[in-house]
Design a protein around this ligand. Structure first.
Ligand SMILES: [Mg+2]
Length: 180
């Protein structure tokens, strides 16, 4: 059996933990939380780049740009504290050969989130896609057509998007509501 995991709010506690830490680190650097949250709502649906986000907020607040990388690092180095440890225990039991990540978003920020969370080595393949996940899910299903493939995501839109006729061996799981 193969397992495809989403990253944000499945393997990684993005909303409950990481974002809180991101906004409080920005507040320490001089960007008020209400301002950062309001701007986040404007840009989050696009390919979110944390570096660009900090850059623009620093600009608006007249904060020295030489601190961008330092603040970025301060946010990212905490990532390993925000992994979903009970799910990671499951991944370890399932085994690297059977586990994949498909996450959606901007390349650098998402690849850094996975890198700093220190869980990348537990997965056979990691994909960061700007849009739909369907092509990669279909590819993994086709490559493993004699096995069941479980696709776990917290967003209905990524699940609905899959063409089930092309993936007869696929089971989709809406996390955390459904178990697998
Ligand atoms: Mg997600």
């Amino acid at each position: 059996m193969k397992y495809i995991f989403d990253f944000d709010d499945v393997l990684f506690n993005n909303t409950a933990q990481f974002k809180k830490h991101m906004f409080s680190t920005l507040a320490e650097a001089g960007v008020e939380e209400h301002e950062a949250r309001a701007y986040y709502l404007e840009v989050r649906e696009k390919e979110f780049s944390l570096k660009n986000f900090i850059n623009i907020l620093f600009d608006r607040n007249g904060i020295n740009k030489s601190e961008i990388n330092e603040v970025y690092k301060k946010i990212m180095t905490e990532c390993s504290k925000f992994v979903n440890t009970s799910l990671i225990d499951k991944v370890k039991k399932i085994g690297k050969e059977n586990c994949y990540i498909i996450t959606n978003g901007e390349q650098e920020f998402n690849s850094d989130k996975i890198k700093y969370s220190s869980i990348g080595d537990l997965f056979k393949e990691i994909y960061i896609v700007p849009g739909s996940k369907k092509e990669i899910v279909e590819k993994i299903c086709a490559q493993n057509k004699n096995e069941k493939v479980i696709f776990i995501d917290d967003k209905q839109k990524f699940i609905e998007d899959i063409d089930l006729a092309k993936c007869p061996n696929l089971k989709t799981v809406l996390f955390p509501l459904e178990s697998f």
